[in-house]
Ligand binder design. Structure first.
Ligand code: MG
Length: 391
C-alpha cells in the first residue's frame, strides 16, 4: 500500500462578519486529499483534511515543503505497526528538517495533512475515526470506549454591519430551536456599555436550563480585561473566553485571580509547547477553566495526543477541553478522548463547519456518524467540495 497522490486546493469561506479582532470577508481554507493505491468498492481510498476556521489556507507551505516531503519518503517508511499508512509516520516525514519553535502557519498546514492522514487511517481500518482513536490512539488514562454523544454549543453572535440587538436575539433563539442549550456571542467589538446591553438582551431570551458564554477574541489589554471581568461577574455566564492576547500568560494569571467564573482560552495556541506554557504559567484553575486548543490548527491529532498526556501529567483532566473549530475532526477526538465537548458554528463557515447529516442536536448533544473515517462524506454539502480537490 502506498500514497499515489496528495493534492491541495484553496477554497473561499468568506462571510461579512467580524469578531473583536478580525473580519472574515477574505477567509479561505486549504482542502487536502491523500490518494492511495488501495481500492475499495472500485475506487481508491482517499483521506481528506482541511484547516479549521479562523486561520487562512496554507497552500504555499503545503505545496512547497510539506507535501513534497511525504511524496519523497520511502513508502515502506510510512507503514506502521498495523500494516497501514500510519499518521504518526506521515507526520514525522512531513516535519523533516523543520526547526523547533516558530509554529504559526506551519502548525495549521500540518493540521490539514494530519486530519487527512487520520481520515485515511480510519478508512483503511474500515471504522469511524472515533473508534480507531479509542482502539489505537487514546491515552491509557482515558475511558476505553468512545463517548456515544458529545456536548456541543452554538458559537455565533458576531458583529455584522447594520445588525441590531433584535437580530442577535433572533439568532440565539434559532440555536435553541436547533437543540443547543448553550450559546456564545462575541464581545469586545463594541464599547463595554453596549456589549452589556447585548449580553442582557441575549440572557433575556434564554429559557431555564440554557446559558451564555462570551468571547473577546484576545482583544483586551489587562485593564480592559479586568473591567469587563468586573462587569461580567454580575451575570451567570458559562465562560469568559480569550480576554487578552493568547500568549500573555501574566495577564491571564492576573485575570484568573480576579474573575471567579470560568475562563476559557487556547484556540490560538498552535503547539504542544504553547499549551504546556499555558498550563504552567497561565494561572488557570483545573476545577473550572476551559481549554480550547484546536487540533486541526495545531499540528493535528498527532500533536494533540502529547497535549492530552501533558494535561494528565499536570493534574488536569482532558474533560476540561472543549476544542475550537466546530468541525467533525474535533468531534471525533472529543468522543474518543472524552473531552468535555466541541464547539459548533451553526450556519457559518459552511460547508466545513457542522456535523453529519441526519444527526440533530438533542438537548445540547450530538451523536457521531457510523461511517469509516471522520465522516466528512456524511455531510452532503461538504462531499462535493472534497471531491473537487481531485477533479
Ligand atoms: Mg474563540
Amino acid at each position: 500500500m502506498r500514497i499515489v497522490d496528495i493534492r491541495e486546493k484553496t477554497v473561499p469561506i468568506e462571510a461579512d462578519m467580524s469578531n473583536a479582532f478580525i473580519n472574515f470577508s477574505k477567509m479561505n481554507v486549504s482542502v487536502l486529499a491523500i490518494v492511495t493505491d488501495e481500492i475499495r468498492d472500485g475506487a481508491p481510498v482517499v483521506g481528506y483534511g482541511f484547516n479549521s476556521n479562523g486561520r487562512y489556507a496554507q497552500g504555499g507551505l503545503l505545496r512547497e515543503r510539506i507535501i513534497p516531503r511525504v511524496r519523497e519518503a520511502d513508502p515502506e517508511s510510512l507503514i506502521g505497526e498495523h500494516g497501514d499508512l500510519d499518521p504518526e509516520l506521515i507526520w514525522r516525514a512531513a516535519m523533516r528538517d523543520e526547526k523547533p519553535g516558530g509554529h504559526g502557519d506551519r502548525a495549521v498546514a500540518m493540521g490539514v495533512l494530519d486530519m487527512a492522514s487520520w481520515d485515511l487511517a480510519a478508512k483503511l481500518a474500515g471504522v469511524p475515526l472515533y473508534q480507531l482513536l479509542s482502539d489505537r490512539a487514546r491515552d491509557p488514562r482515558t475511558p476505553a470506549t468512545p463517548a456515544e454523544r458529545v456536548w456541543v454549543y452554538a458559537a455565533g453572535g458576531y458583529y455584522y454591519p447594520g445588525r441590531g440587538i433584535e437580530a442577535l436575539q433572533a439568532e440565539m433563539r434559532s440555536y435553541l430551536d436547533m437543540g443547543y442549550r448553550t450559546v456564545k456571542m462575541k464581545i469586545g467589538g463594541a464599547p463595554l456599555e453596549k456589549d452589556l446591553r447585548r449580553i442582557e438582551a441575549v440572557l433575556d431570551v434564554l429559557p431555564e436550563g440554557c446559558d451564555l458564554a462570551v468571547d473577546a477574541n484576545g482583544r483586551f489589554e489587562l485593564d480592559e480585561a479586568l473591567a469587563y471581568a468586573d462587569a461580567l461577574s454580575a451575570y451567570p455566564l458559562h465562560w469568559y473566553e480569550e480576554a487578552g492576547d493568547p500568549l500573555d500568560h501574566e495577564a491571564l494569571h492576573r485575570l484568573a485571580e480576579r474573575y471567579e467564573g470560568p475562563l476559557a482560552t487556547g484556540e490560538n495556541l498552535l503547539s504542544f509547547q504553547e499549551a504546556r506554557n499555558l498550563i504552567r504559567y497561565g494561572g488557570l484553575r483545573p476545577d473550572r477553566d476551559v481549554l480550547q486548543m484546536d487540533p486541526a490548527l495545531s499540528y493535528g491529532l498527532t500533536e494533540f495526543r502529547r497535549t492530552v498526556a501533558m494535561l494528565f501529567d499536570s493534574g488536569w483532566n482532558p474533560d476540561r477541553c472543549v476544542p475550537h473549530g466546530g468541525h467533525q475532526f474535533n468531534l471525533s477526538i472529543a468522543s474518543a478522548f472524552h473531552l468535555r465537548g466541541c464547539e459548533s458554528y451553526p450556519g457559518i463557515f459552511a460547508p466545513f463547519g457542522g456535523f453529519a447529516d441526519g444527526l440533530p442536536i438533542e438537548d445540547g448533544y450530538v451523536r457521531l456518524p457510523d461511517a469509516p473515517g471522520i465522516g466528512l462524506e456524511q455531510k452532503s454539502s461538504l462531499a462535493p467540495v472534497l471531491e473537487d480537490v481531485l477533479a
